[in-house]
Design a protein around this ligand. Structure first.
Ligand SMILES: Cc1cc2nc3c(=O)[nH]c(=O)nc-3n(C[C@H](O)[C@H](O)[C@H](O)COP(=O)(O)OP(=O)(O)OC[C@H]3O[C@@H](n4cnc5c(N)ncnc54)[C@H](O)[C@@H]3O)c2cc1C
Length: 314
């Protein structure tokens, strides 16, 4: 079995979800290839030099210096035709959502998006707001599969050796019919939630805007960054660049300390890669407790001020 993992650049470094897709491919067995495209292809590829891969393929092309849906679709199509992988795997990122359906339509191979695990040739996907898991069996041998954030851990990458091969892919400039802008980042400031080690995350359980400062005070004492659920952002209580979830950031801190977050699936997909989850919620049935390592059933408005006092004394 031959699997090709399409790599993604995250502002010049290898995207965490690309590493997770490699782990998924390694777990599946067989020969695993990776493909890096663009002017920084060799930089991204070099991050994998100590990872067990059959080969890392690199494509540099004058029309696709950075991500472009038409260019990516053309280059990957040509590589798939030449290398004939059975599986084409990717992280389920915004970029994947943009070009993978085009690739699927162009080559007439099925696209299985947002997969969480694989079992004996079946691909497991969450349905009905993550209340059920469905096993998908593709009817064709060749398929494109994207994996949900944190379905696999990049810490499980199998180390080893791989070799590099640069491919010469040519096509006419008329293939490029659209231009992608630089990845959108709203008010980035100096906050990089996706690489933060500690996050204090505020949910609607904080109850009102006047209570937000206690979360910032706690974060300050812990040396943590602040993140938030969407309703807190939508209410204008916290800046939108701090939102975690399917329409916000994908975070994987060492500690995710949530204050009154319910654990809706749209939030959880953005933070379930956290190494340790500590959740306070006054509802013992809150879904966040299903993924929490430490669950505190109680009122954030009582617990957090006491915690602040204790931290100040220590
Ligand atoms: C297309 C789409 C995209 C979305 N994208 C995102 C996204 O990117 N990020 C995101 O977060 N959401 C997103 N959502 C919204 C998501 O479905 C949930 O509505 C949201 O995550 C809930 O936020 P919350 O947990 O803060 O609020 P709630 O669901 O209202 O939960 C509040 C929690 O606080 C607890 N609580 C209340 N008072 C206290 C107290 N005093 N002490 C302790 N606990 C208390 C309650 O028990 C409850 O569990 C999206 C929804 C859609 C449809």
């Amino acid at each position: 079995m031959k699997t090709l993992v399409i790599l993604e650049s995250n502002r010049g470094t290898l995207h965490r979800l690309s590493k997770e897709a490699i782990v998924a491919a390694q777990n599946l067995g067989g020969e695993v290839y990776a493909l890096a495209i663009g002017k920084d292809a060799d930089i991204i590829a070099s991050e994998l030099e100590n990872v067990q891969l059959k080969e890392i393929l690199m494509v540099k092309n004058e029309f696709v210096e950075s991500y472009n849906a038409d260019g990516f679709t053309e280059i990957i199509s040509q590589v798939i035709r030449d290398e004939a992988p059975e599986n084409i795997m990717l992280g389920h990122t915004y970029q994947t959502r943009d070009f993978a359906p085009r690739l699927s339509a162009k080559l007439d191979i099925p696209f299985l998006p947002d997969i969480i695990s694989t079992q004996n040739g079946k691909f497991v996907k969450q349905v009905l707001n993550a209340k059920l898991n469905a096993s998908v069996i593709p009817l064709k041998e060749q398929k494109i599969i994207s994996f949900q954030s944190a379905a696999y851990s990049d810490e499980d990458l199998v180390s080893g050796q791989s070799s590099f091969r640069e491919l010469d892919i040519q096509f006419d400039s008329s293939v490029i019919r659209s231009k992608s802008e630089e990845p959108f980042q709203e008010a980035p400031g100096d906050v990089d939630l996706e690489s933060a080690d500690l996050l204090v995350s505020v949910g609607r359980g904080i109850e009102k805007e006047e209570n937000i400062p206690i979360a910032f005070e706690l974060a300050g004492l812990l040396g943590a960054e602040i993140s938030a659920s969407r309703p807190v952002v939508d209410s204008g209580w916290i800046d939108s660049f701090r939102q975690v979830g399917s329409s916000g950031n994908n975070v994987s801190p060492k500690l995710y300390f949530s204050l009154g977050v319910s654990g809706a699936i749209q939030h959880v997909v953005g933070m379930k890669g956290s190494k340790c989850i500590l959740a306070i919620n006054k509802d013992s049935e809150a879904p966040i407790f299903e993924i929490a390592d430490y669950a505190v059933v109680g009122d954030v408005l009582e617990i957090v001020p006491n915690l602040i006092e204790a931290l100040k004394k220590s």
